[in-house]
Structure formats: structure tokens, C-alpha cells
Design a protein. Structure first.
Length: 238
């Protein structure tokens, strides 16, 4: 079963290009089938949250979801296909929660404000929350097996590509030319920065002073979000 999503059509009220909030359940499923899939994903998330991904098995999912192996594999033929679907659903949830939270919104001409807001959030003392930790656990599992799991590599590649494309579009709509860096490169820098900070803070919450890190990143990134011929960018160069 191909669980690889594309940029979603289900995020309401957004201007194009849409945020890659990922596909909901595959089209054409009955309400019963959709409910069964959600039941399986709920059970899987509960096991990961309560026991860790290393304890996840089809047998545990059957028991938690209260369904037979035949019912389980009818909707998801393998444990790996379940993991990919869980990953997608966690991402959808986090993205939608972020959109509903206070703060600047993307695709409104304020890419730099959005970048600072996101950076501040990733450096909060309560970040990453438990749901994000579970998401990272799945990500690390995919990375560890990516050498012999082409479906994992395609899935991660597609999501990161979609997300870079959205960030790049936001930058393009906010920062007029001439730019210090291409929107695509700047989007990749932001992706790498957030992921790197998250990993460091998960491993060692005291790895660095968070306020100092925020201020340093702002100083380094600010010129990249301004036209190179703007007075503020020229003063930075001076």
C-alpha cells in the first residue's frame, strides 16, 4: 500500500501554494473503512507513547485495536505501512495546531516574522513536546533503515521537498529581488536549522543558552530575508 502523500487539498482557508499538511485517508474509502484505519493508527500511537517504538508489533497493535490479524492487514499489509501512516497523521496534527496557534501566518508577506516565531518556538523550554518526540522517534527509525527501505526514503524525500517548496514560496512572496540567497537555499537552511536544534535539545536540554542561540540566529539570518539593496541589508554589510 502506497502511503506516500502529496501536498494536501484538505487544509481549508489557505492561499496557494498550500501548506503540505499531507493527505487524509485515501479517497474512496467507506466511513467504516476510514474508522477502522483511524482505530489502527490510534492503537499504534498509544503503543509508541506508552512503550516506545521498539515494543511495537502487529500482535500488540491487534490487541490494542481489538481486531484480528486479517482485519489489520486488510487496511495495512505491513507494520511499516502503519508507521508511515502514523507519521503522516502526526505531521498533519502538528501543522494544523501550528496554524491555529497565535503568531504570524505564512503566505501573508511576513516570512521573516514567521521564521523568527518558529525559531522562538523551537527554542522554548517546553519544546519539543511529547508528540514531537514521538514523531522524531519515527523519523530516526526511518533514517536508520533508509538504506534498504526505498519507501521510507521516498516518503521523507517527498515531505521535505514539499515543505521546502512551501517555505521557499513564502520567502519569494515576502522578499523582493535582488536576494542574498535563493529562496530554495534559504528554505533548506531553515529546515536544517530547526531539525538540528531539535535533535541537540532532545539529547541535551542544556546544550546551549536558548536566548543566546535565538539572538545569534536572528543576527545571522536577518540579512538573508532582506533585499540586498535595502538600507538595512547594506548597513549589515558595512
Amino acid at each position: 500500500m502506497d502511503e506516500t502523500p502529496r501536498a494536501a487539498n484538505s487544509c481549508e482557508g489557505l492561499h496557494k501554494p498550500q501548506i503540505p499538511c499531507l493527505s487524509d485517508s485515501p479517497e474512496g474509502l467507506s466511513e467504516v473503512a476510514q474508522a477502522r484505519r483511524e482505530q489502527i493508527l490510534d492503537a499504534t500511537e498509544a503503543i509508541i507513547a506508552g512503550h516506545g517504538i521498539q515494543k511495537l508489533s502487529l500482535g500488540r497493535i491487534e490487541q490494542q485495536a481489538e481486531m484480528s490479524r486479517g482485519q489489520l492487514t486488510y487496511y495495512f499489509p505491513t507494520k511499516e505501512s502503519i508507521l508511515l501512516a502514523v507519521y503522516d497523521r502526526m505531521l498533519r496534527r502538528m501543522i494544523r495546531e501550528a496554524l491555529q496557534a497565535d503568531g504570524p501566518k505564512p503566505m501573508t508577506g511576513h516570512a521573516w516574522d514567521c521564521a523568527q516565531h518558529a525559531l522562538r518556538k523551537h527554542l522554548d523550554t517546553d519544546w519539543p513536546p511529547p508528540t514531537a518526540r514521538e514523531l522524531f522517534s519515527l523519523l530516526f527509525t526511518f533514517l536508520a533503515q533508509m538504506g534498504h527501505r526505498e519507501d521510507y526514503r521516498r516518503r521523507l524525500s517527498q515531505w521535505y521537498s514539499d515543505w521546502r517548496g512551501f517555505i521557499a514560496a513564502d520567502i519569494t512572496s515576502s522578499v523582493p529581488e535582488p536576494r542574498a540567497a535563493s529562496p530554495k537555499v534559504l528554505a533548506a537552511i531553515m529546515q536544517s536549522l530547526f531539525l538540528g536544534l531539535d535533535i541537540q535539545l532532545m539529547i541535551d536540554p542544556e546544550a546551549f543558552d536558548r536566548q543566546e542561540m535565538f539572538e545569534t540566529c536572528v543576527r545571522l539570518l536577518a540579512p538573508l530575508f532582506q533585499p540586498t539593496n535595502s538600507p538595512s541589508a547594506q548597513s549589515q554589510e558595512g
